[in-house]
Design a protein around this ligand. Structure first.
Ligand SMILES: [Zn+2]
Length: 151
């Protein structure tokens, strides 16, 4: 009866009023300190409440083939209501104390949308091609040197 006027956690309208962020684990309004690594990645999933899955690609050198392969890293990050990152957003995440079993990062800001990803890809391919060319020429030189040794 008396609980008529108290604000219930109804999602939708309350999310937009940033000044009333009651999230204790929010890096801006809460009491959680940020320290450690800073990463930038793309939000892959926002299906969990106050949690997002952030992923990014990195180059891994394969020694046997003297080539790079793309590897993908995935990490869970806290997504406070005042930021509420959505799927496809490029976000900056900073390490915090462990917030749960699998969360030790928090979203700090939304940098942009996923469309930039294509530019990154083409750049990376160009870099890879350049490296391959350099390796090929090095190999040819090696072969030539080996032949000379045999003679
Ligand atoms: Zn907040």
């Amino acid at each position: 009866m008396a609980a008529k006027n108290t604000k219930n956690k109804s999602k939708g309208k309350e999310d937009k009023s940033v000044s009333t962020c009651s999230d204790l684990q929010c890096p801006i309004h809460g009491s959680v300190k940020l320290r450690g690594r800073t990463l930038v990645g793309i939000v892959e999933s926002d299906k969990m409440s106050k949690t997002v899955v952030v992923s990014w690609t990195r180059r891994f050198f394969v020694k046997k083939y003297e080539r790079y392969e793309m590897r993908r890293s995935k990490i869970n990050a806290h997504n406070p209501d005042c930021i509420s990152a959505k799927k496809g957003d490029i976000v900056k995440i900073i390490e915090t104390r462990p917030l749960s079993k699998t969360k030790h990062f928090s979203v700090v800001e939304i940098i942009g949308k996923e469309s930039k990803k294509e530019h990154l890809k083409t750049e990376e391919i160009e870099v890879q091609e350049a490296i391959q060319e350099a390796k090929d020429t090095a190999r040819e030189q090696k072969k030539a040197a080996d032949k000379k040794d045999k003679e």
